[in-house]
Design a protein around this ligand. Structure first.
Ligand code: ADP
Ligand code: MG
Length: 271
């Protein structure tokens, strides 16, 4: 399978307290991170809070420039993207964050949130066509069209995350960065949203970078997993390899902290 995304030797150094010249004020958040994502596949990045996962996600999204290293999307470096290529990248690579309020404007109706990207990227000829597309998207994420005139605060956390997913998909992306997409949700709702993401991936041929601190969630969605610690990938492999034959002590610790499987565990796969 060919790769849709390739990250090579990514490094990000943040300055602390505004003084970039003093070594003591520098923080290396990401150091030498490389991975690739095949078309239609999911790569998970797992690690505890502060390990550099979101920083990797932001660099993949082109929202943060790496200190060094390269991100290539469809074989082309994203850093050099200009004009139409840049606009295309902004359409093809979308994100769902942990907090839907970060991606949903509280003052915008669901219809406005879900159609905003269509307007920017000229999808749908007119308001009626865009509204129809919004209706279809809402049903694809399990919401009714009655959501259209409503505001984010009128929905539960899980419903808001569904709206954020509909918004991300509204511009027909190829690649979605999922940064802790279910971490703010109750456990039962988490599995529903993960299942939804799996189904959407299949239906739309999406590729995912799935960022999570919770290794237990990885096997529901990911094909491959990279374990991050202190800005570096300490272990990587297929989900099966990493779960069944962890090599790094840190991975073993993460695995040991997963609660023992509950009887409903496999229900997730058959949902
Ligand atoms: P994670 O998503 O794994 O919790 P982050 O990528 O958010 O980790 O952060 C990695 C490290 O980089 C942390 O030590 C964090 O404090 C630091 N960091 C993240 N963003 C910034 C920033 N904009 N400025 C300074 N330090 C940052
Ligand atoms: Mg994070």
């Amino acid at each position: 399978m060919s790769q849709i995304l390739e990250a090579r030797d990514l490094k990000k150094v943040f300055g602390r307290g505004g003084n970039l010249l003093r070594a003591s004020s520098l923080k290396t958040a990401v150091d030498g991170v490389s991975f690739s994502v095949a078309h239609g596949a999911t790569v998970a990045i797992v690690g505890e809070s502060g390990s550099g996962k979101s920083t990797v996600g932001l660099m993949v999204l082109g929202l943060l420039d790496p200190t060094s290293g390269v991100v290539e999307f469809d074989g082309k470096p994203i850093l050099d993207a200009r004009g139409n290529h840049r606009k295309e990248l902004k359409r093809q690579v979308q994100v769902v964050f942990q907090d839907p309020f970060a991606s949903l404007n509280a003052r915008m109706t669901v219809e406005e949130s879900v159609t905003e990207g269509m307007i920017i990227h000229k999808l749908g000829k007119n308001a009626e066509e865009r509204r129809e597309r919004a209706r279809v998207l809402l049903s694809q994420v399990g919401l009714s069209e009655e959501a259209l005139p409503r505001y984010p605060h009128e929905f539960s956390g899980g419903q808001r995350q569904r709206i954020a997913i509909a918004r991300a998909l509204s511009v027909e992306p190829k690649f979605v960065v999922l940064d802790e997409p279910t971490s703010a949700l109750d456990v039962s709702v988490q599995s529903q949203v993960l299942n939804l993401l799996r189904h959407l991936q299949k239906d739309f041929g999406l590729s995912y970078l799935f960022i999570t601190h919770n290794l237990a969630l990885v096997e529901y969605l990911a094909d491959e997993v990279c374990v991050m610690r202190h800005g570096e990938i300490v272990e990587r492999g297929t989900v099966e390899d990493v779960f069944d034959r962890p090599q790094h002590p840190y991975t073993k610790t993460l695995l040991a902290s997963i609660p023992s499987p509950d009887p409903d565990h496999h229900a997730l796969h058959t949902y």
